[in-house]
Design a protein around this ligand. Structure first.
Ligand code: SAH
Length: 291
C-alpha cells in the first residue's frame, strides 16, 4: 500500500461508532483528539494508518475509520440550510443528466450538498455557477466544499437574488432548490442552450404543480415531468429480513423539462400520451419523428 493511501493530517475522516452506528466527521490534526462519552481517540492514532481501521477510545469504544463517501459527507457536514438528501441527489444526477465539461447554473447554494455533487459530475473542465442571497450560508457552503475538494474548484458563487435574473447564457443545465422556481422559468429559458435541462426540487406538491404548469405553458420548454423518489431501507439480520421500521418518508419532488425550439405558433410540439404513459398513437405524427 502506497503512503498516499494512509490517513494524513488535514484530511476529513468519518468515524462510525460500531456499537451504536452514530457517525462523526473530523479533520485530522496532529495533537488533537476525538472525544466521545466513552473516552477519546488521539488523531495521531489515525494518521499514518490505512482506511478501514478500527480505532479504540481510551475506554474501549470501537470506531471504524473511513474516508467518507460523498453521500456520507453531505449528511454529516455542517449545515446552514437544509440539504438535498442523497437519494434525491443521485436522482438529480441522472435525470438532469449532468456530465463532464458542462456548465450548470444552481440556486440556491444552501449548504453546498447539491453543489458538491454537481462539481463531481461536471469535473475539472466543467463549471458550476451558484446563486445565494444569504452570505452566511454561502460562507458555510464554501467551507464545506473546500474541506472536501480543496481550493481551486470550478465554482462561481453569485451573492445575488436569482429571481432578478440569470446572467449566464448557453448553459447546459439549470438546477433549482428554492421556494418559487416557477419565477425562474422564463429566465431559465433565456439561460439554457437548446436541448438543455431544467430541474427544480421542491418539498410540496402545490409548488411542484406551479412550476410544472409554468414549464408546460412556456413555448421554449417541453417534456415536463414531476416525480418523487422513495428509498426504503431493509433490515437483513438472520431470519429478520423485512423493511426497516423507519424510513425517510418525505423529502421533495423533482420537476424536469427540456429547453426546446419554440415552433411557429409559439408552442413546443405536444406529445400525446395516454394514461399508460405510452404514445397514444405513434403513427399519428403528433410527436417528433425519430429516424
Ligand atoms: N441545495 C442546497 C440547499 C438549498 S436551500 C443543498 O443541497 O445544500 C435553499 C437556498 O436557497 C437557501 O440557502 C436560500 O438562502 C437560497 N435562496 C432562496 N431564495 C433565493 C434567491 N431568490 N436567490 C438566491 N438564493 C436564494
Amino acid at each position: 500500500m502506497g503512503d498516499e493511501a494512509l490517513f494524513r493530517a488535514g484530511e476529513v475522516v468519518l468515524l462510525v461508532d460500531l456499537r451504536r452506528g452514530k457517525r462523526h466527521l473530523l479533520t485530522l490534526r496532529l495533537g488533537q483528539a476525538f472525544h466521545s462519552d466513552r473516552g477519546f481517540i488521539p488523531h495521531d492514532a489515525l494518521v499514518g494508518h490505512p482506511e478501514g481501521m478500527v480505532a479504540v477510545t481510551t475506554r474501549g469504544a470501537r470506531y471504524l475509520a473511513l474516508r467518507p463517501t460523498l453521500a456520507e459527507y453531505v449528511l454529516e457536514m455542517p449545515r446552514g440550510a437544509q440539504i438535498i438528501y442523497p437519494k434525491d441527489l443521485a436522482t438529480i444526477a441522472l435525470f438532469a443528466d449532468v456530465g463532464p465539461g458542462e456548465t450548470v447554473v444552481e440556486a440556491g447554494l444552501g449548504s453546498g450538498a447539491l453543489t458538491l455533487v454537481l462539481l463531481r459530475l461536471v469535473g475539472p473542465t466543467g463549471r458550476v455557477v451558484a446563486y445565494e442571497t444569504r452570505e452566511e450560508f454561502a460562507r458555510r457552503a464554501q467551507r464545506n466544499i473546500e474541506a472536501r475538494l480543496g481550493p481551486g474548484v470550478p465554482l462561481t458563487v453569485r451573492a445575488q437574488d436569482v429571481y432578478l435574473g440569470i446572467e449566464e447564457r448557453e448553459v447546459d443545465r439549470v438546477v433549482l432548490d428554492l421556494p418559487e422556481p416557477w419565477r425562474l422559468v422564463a429566465a431559465a429559458a433565456g439561460a439554457l442552450r437548446a436541448g438543455g435541462v431544467f430541474c427544480a426540487y421542491v418539498p410540496t406538491i402545490p409548488q411542484s404543480q406551479r412550476v410544472h404548469e409554468a414549464l408546460a405553458a412556456h413555448p421554449a420548454f417541453a417534456l415536463a415531468e414531476t416525480f418523487e423518489t422513495l428509498l426504503r431501507p431493509w433490515n437483513i439480520a438472520g431470519p429478520s429480513v423485512r423493511p426497516a421500521h423507519r424510513m425517510v418518508a418525505h423529502t421533495g419532488f423533482l420537476t424536469l423539462a427540456r429547453r426546446v425550439q419554440p415552433d411557429a405558433d409559439g408552442r413546443a410540439e405536444p406529445v400525446l400520451l395516454d394514461a399508460s404513459g405510452e404514445d397514444a398513437d405513434p403513427t399519428a405524427g403528433a410527436g417528433p419523428e425519430v429516424a
